[in-house]
Ligand binder design. Structure first.
Ligand SMILES: Cc1cc2nc3c(=O)[nH]c(=O)nc-3n(C[C@H](O)[C@H](O)[C@H](O)COP(=O)(O)OP(=O)(O)OC[C@H]3O[C@@H](n4cnc5c(N)ncnc54)[C@H](O)[C@@H]3O)c2cc1C
Length: 231
């Protein structure tokens, strides 16, 4: 991934899956970039001037704490952000999920003030944690179900529903280069602007079915994710 940031600088992130760790020395980093399916990223950074060392990060677990399910809770104690739900950073959803949590808190506080204009906080914590759990549900589903593509993922098994979702998403990805609606919906879902149901829009569904029929006729496998895993 390569993002423009302030003052004409770029932030470059390489990620690996299933213990395929991108090296943190410059030569190894470039070699890893060269090994990707597309040369675009390597070509973009080959002659760039590094402004900082390369930092590695290997904590990729998703972790959800169920504050919403507490039988008893201290009133006025509210928890949000990573303290409740942390994602594998490869999906880049933690800040968005935290911001959505902050909006949920704002709505709950306004409602509390309407109900109790004199400042009583009774019931606020429980109501907020339940709504936050609903708000975190989609990013949690997206992150955990994607992680289940990889056999080394620990902490559960790929359910039948997840398998179907993977097959469907593979076909959506295959349709993306040709179908603008699929491209738009996929970006909106990944950026948490829309619910994953947006990927079942009839137009996308038609492209997915056409793509599946084409693949069946030519016996082509769905697109591969990531780079070829090293032996
Ligand atoms: C490598 C990496 C890449 C990421 N990339 C993305 C991305 O591209 N997009 C995205 O949306 N998200 C990304 N995230 C996730 C995102 O950074 C977090 O989800 C987000 O920062 C969570 O915000 P937060 O306020 O809950 O926690 P934090 O940002 O961790 O803030 C918690 C703060 O509390 C402070 N603190 C801790 N303990 C105490 C204490 N006892 N007293 C006082 N202060 C304390 C900490 O120092 C910290 O400043 C990434 C995360 C990582 C690790």
């Amino acid at each position: 991934m390569i993002y423009p940031i302030e003052r004409g600088r770029w932030i470059v992130t390489l990620t690996g899956t299933a213990r395929d760790y991108p090296p943190t020395d410059e030569a190894g980093f470039l070699d890893f970039a060269r090994s990707l399916d597309t040369p675009l990223l390597h070509d973009a950074i080959r002659d760039a001037r590094p402004l900082s060392p390369i930092w590695g990060y290997r904590r990729t677990e998703n972790r959800l704490r169920h504050y919403d399910q507490l039988d008893r809770r201290p009133e006025g104690f509210l928890v949000l952000g990573d303290a409740v739900c942390t994602f594998n950073p490869v999906y880049g959803q933690g800040m968005t999920a935290s911001a959505l949590g902050a909006l949920t808190l704002d709505r709950c506080l306004r409602e509390q003030r309407r109900r109790h204009p004199h400042g009583d906080l009774g019931g606020l914590a429980g109501r907020f944690q339940h709504r936050l759990a609903r708000s975190n549900a989609t990013p949690w589903l997206l992150a955990t179900s994607e992680d289940f593509r990889w056999p080394l993922t620990e902490g559960g098994r790929r359910s039948y529903r997840t398998r179907i979702a993977h097959h469907y998403l593979d076909r959506v990805l295959a349709a993306v280069p040709k179908e603008r609606a699929a491209q738009q919906a996929l970006l909106e879902v990944l950026h948490l602007v829309k619910s994953p149901i947006a990927l079942a829009h009839p137009r996308i569904l038609a492209s997915v079915l056409a793509e599946a029929a084409r693949a069946l006729a030519h016996r082509t496998p769905p697109p591969r994710h990531g780079r070829e895993h090293p032996a």
